[in-house]
Design a protein around this ligand. Structure first.
Ligand SMILES: NC(=O)C1=CN([C@@H]2O[C@H](COP(=O)(O)OP(=O)(O)OC[C@H]3O[C@@H](n4cnc5c(N)ncnc54)[C@H](OP(=O)(O)O)[C@@H]3O)[C@@H](O)[C@H]2O)C=CC1
Ligand SMILES: O=C(O)[C@@H]1CCC=N1
Length: 271
């Protein structure tokens, strides 16, 4: 299956909130015709209503792909409308945190091709990263189709085992929120040192965005890039002695942060 098949047979998006809209924005920008997309969502947002896609219309009987982007807690209510598409050629791609492939097989039929994916919201600007893993029925074809679709909104990595998905969710699914909070706290710290709120926020945003691009493009590791900023006995060293404190700094805090998110992903599997 390629993007031409998706355009011909249709893509159904179940749930089009923050993550669904971020991906849809990316796909439409990448050239997927709006008329090939069917969105099901009880309260479609302004973007969806203006995008030219089919909204809460009758669905094609056998679309190429169904994307499931409802909250894990809504799954039992939302999924039954799609049950007739199970056990067929329609590929189901779920982005829901914590919901296992086995759970979908139970709800849609054990012969349904299913890909479980974990994207993140930078997909809205083509800079997402999505991890994917498939069941046997999806196989390489299904994995390839999901990969093609998700590459339109950023990078894609294939996982060796589904169990890795909880930690992936804790790192890159939730990760943009950690980075946005870093921007918030960096700006607040600048204010505490006497800068205006606007100036401090402008400095914090540009610093995080610039460091992110440099980390992505440079040949050096993030560790070396950090060392490059740090003059012996200079300002950065003074700051990093606090931030990198092994007992109270960022390392133990980040371990707890990713650990808590990973654990929550595991818990969501149990409802
Ligand atoms: N946000 C993120 O950064 C990421 C989210 N995810 C996953 O994406 C999924 C969606 O998350 P997110 O976009 O943040 O959540 P949102 O609440 O923003 O989006 C979910 C959408 O589904 C709609 N919905 C609720 N019930 C139904 C139904 N029965 N049928 C169709 N649509 C329904 C909601 O409508 P209403 O608001 O009216 O209830 C809402 O618009 C989750 O499973 C989450 O784990 C994965 C990676 C990153
Ligand atoms: O917070 C959540 O549960 C979802 C999954 C990853 C990002 N947002």
């Amino acid at each position: 299956m390629d993007m031409k098949d998706v355009a011909e047979k249709g893509l159904v998006l179940l749930g089009c909130g923050k993550m669904g809209s971020a991906m849809l924005q990316g796909w439409l920008a990448d050239g997927l015709p709006a008329t090939s997309v069917w969105v099901k969502d009880p309260y479609p947002n302004d973007f969806v209503q203006r995008a030219g896609v089919h909204v809460n219309a009758d669905l094609p009987a056998s679309p190429a792909i169904v994307i499931i982007a409802v909250k894990p807690q809504m799954m039992a209510d939302a999924l039954p409308v799609l049950a007739a598409m199970g056990n067929g050629t329609t590929l189901f791609v779920s982005v829901a945190a914590g919901i296992s492939i086995a759970t979908y097989e139970g709800m849609l039929g054990s012969e349904t091709p299913i890909v479980r994916a974990m994207p993140n919201t930078p997909a809205a600007v083509g800079k997402g990263i999505t991890a994917i893993v498939a069941n046997a029925h999806a196989g390489d074809d299904g994995l390839g189709a999901a990969e093609g679709l998700l590459q339109a909104v950023g990078q894609v990595v294939r996982l060796e085992r589904e169990e890795q998905m909880d930690a992936v969710t804790g790192v890159s699914g939730s990760g943009p929120a950690y980075v946005f909070h870093l921007i918030e706290t960096l700006a607040a710290a600048g204010e505490a040192q006497g800068l205006s709120a606007d100036l401090s926020m402008a400095l914090a945003k540009a610093t995080v965005a610039g460091a992110g691009v440099l980390a992505e493009l440079a040949e050096e590791t993030p560790e070396q890039l950090r060392i490059n900023v740090t003059s012996p006995n200079g300002t950065t060293q003074a700051g990093l002695e606090e931030l990198m404190d092994p007992a109270n700094g960022l390392p133990p805090l980040m371990l707890r942060t990713v650990g808590a998110a990973t654990l929550r992903s595991r818990e969501l599997a149990n409802g």
